[in-house]
Design a protein around this ligand. Structure first.
Ligand SMILES: [Zn+2]
Length: 121
């Protein structure tokens, strides 16, 4: 993937990350009030949430997506972004535009879903 596309997806992931963290703030008014008394500005609150609250957020609605997004941003840093974690093929760009934190290519995703369904039965 070229640098221009990497930048594009990095921006997309950053935006999504901000969206999710602000959603979490809205649904955790009590937590928000607690942290707001100790922290001066929004960026402090965001980083405090990411570091200190990440584990408890995992159980919540956006927790898993948040984790995947952070994982994807990490992969951008490691220059492994856009590569399927199962078969090492490149993930289709059109697919990443819909789901920028995708870990697998379409083929592996299907295999993954199938094996999950099989385990459930
Ligand atoms: Zn794959």
């Amino acid at each position: 993937m070229d640098n221009k596309n990497i930048k594009f997806f990095e921006n997309m992931l950053q935006k999504r990350l901000e969206e999710i963290t602000s959603n979490i703030h809205l649904t955790n008014t009590n937590l928000m009030e607690l942290t707001a008394t100790n922290l001066k500005d929004q960026s402090d609150i965001v980083s405090a949430n990411l570091q200190g609250e990440l584990e408890s957020l995992m159980a919540q609605k956006h927790g898993l997506e948040l984790k995947d997004i952070i994982h994807s941003l990490q992969k951008i840093k490691n220059k492994t972004y856009g590569i399927c974690e199962m078969c090492d093929d490149e993930i289709d760009i059109q697919r990443l535009k819909i789901k920028p934190h995708a870990k697998y290519c379409i083929k592996c995703r299907e295999l993954h879903e199938k094996s999950k369904n099989r385990n459930r039965k």
